[in-house]
Design a protein around this ligand. Sequence first.
Ligand code: NOJ
Ligand code: NOJ
Length: 542
Amino acid sequence: MQLSLLAPLLCLLPANALVIPDAASVLSQLSLSTEKSVQIPFLLLWFSSTDKSEKEEANFEKWLASQKNQSFHYILQNIGGILTVLDTKEVAPGVVIASPLKNHPNYFYNWIRDSALTIRSLISQLEDDPSGDSDYLKKVIEDYILVNYHLQRLPNKSGKFDDNTRSGLGEPKFMADGTTFDEHWGRPQSDGPGLRVVTITDYLDLLEKRNEVVHSDFLGNRTFIYREIVKPDLEYVLANWNIEAFDLWEEIDALHFFNSLTMMRALSEGRRLAEAEDETAEFINRLDETFKNLKSFITDPRTGFAPSTLPFIVETPKLKQQGRRGGLDAATLLAALHSHEVDGRDTNTIPFDVDDHRILNTLLYMVSDMKYRYPVNHDNIRIEQNIGVGLGRYPEDVYDGYGTSEGNPWFISTASAAEVVLRMIYKTLEKKSDLVISSNNREFFSVFMKDLFENQMPDGNIVLPYGSQRYKLLMYGLYDYSDTFLKVIMNHVDSNNGRMSEQFNKFDGYMQGAEDLTWSYLSFYNCARWRLKVYGLILNMA
Ligand code: NOJ
Ligand code: NOJ
């Protein structure tokens, strides 16, 4: 049956979260279109994404909005010196605690990574809401910069500030009161300094854009912040980009995709600032050289991150070579997200953005693995692949949030998957680019395209021109796909108050591990933020 015969029926379909007005118009266009071959099978796409009741969709939208606000509030609760929840004697102003839990497990620490990513979300909130109370957030951000100035200079178990490799900056975590953590730990972790560079340059950019100045007397101005805080972190990256160090999961001493890619971003943002601060040509050259070296290091198939024999990224090639792991890791998704900016700053020279086929394939293969691995996902196993599931850190994970037994899905990983898809849509729509499906990304896209081509995708490259009907339907399908990850999150947060721990149990779905994990909140917050931006673009698709 031709679609045109079904068009009247389609109007009766229940409202879809996203696009009912638009979907209807696309569909009516289709019925008039010359693309006569579009027949019933692709309707499955619509039935699969619209078979939820209107009420459920409305609840989902409502939940998203309130969960975003709650998440932001819970983030603030985990930062010293803002709300009254934390005692400033215990948590210094500007310190972000990973979780308020002090035992089982004790996450009452200031991780350099977690706090850099947290403050970055506050900066994006400032960006999005220029009329909001910016002094309040600016104070928090500057407290963060200030406390990090002090932490950088503390001699610690990773080393010290003023040796020629800036070794002390590799220290992964500190006590919440601003002193050192001296117990045994997976150290150094080489991602912290670079993540901090990006957060601080983000803030300085925002000030410049708004024609505002640094508020804190101690920090004074951009020059001080560059010379005293950003530059030492850049020096750490210059001296340590190719050393083995611990990964973001704090378990493996090796070279890592996340660390390497986020360091590239630090070098590129740092370079802009260095130039603006009249840095010496010699230093700028070193930044450029290292950027170049890192780039070939990451992209050269021989180093093993992007081997020609595999469709996805190998996060830690050493483990793969030793036969200990397959390579899939949510850290890869996080790396793509945190090393690129699709809105504003140009990060095009950094490889492996969200639209790179190896990043998309990492997502695809993670889903394919984890939908079977975690029983809690089994309800979502369908013949079609276009449905998201709860994702864990990596298939071989055994950390259960307290000790080691079996791995579970994590909020961070699940939200990151949704954000990758959303930002890929955003990047494509914002540039109004055509979509080119080639042999590289075909596996990922075919999941969403089968119905568009009646299960017979043409061979060879397929170009979907921007704004064409199939293009639009594909975008809607991808948007729905990202929602399916968010719906998983909705089903596992505390439904009374939106609280999120680190993980949810792979059998019963109940949360476990560190409660009120700051990173869970910020990864949800980031994702909800992108969803709003994408929504605007998708409605306005030509
Ligand atoms: C705590 C770390 O933060 C976590 O990532 C790790 O998996 C466990 N320790 C086990 O080593
Ligand atoms: C464990 C995670 O593996 C690590 O990445 C994180 O920094 C800490 N928890 C604190 O959230």
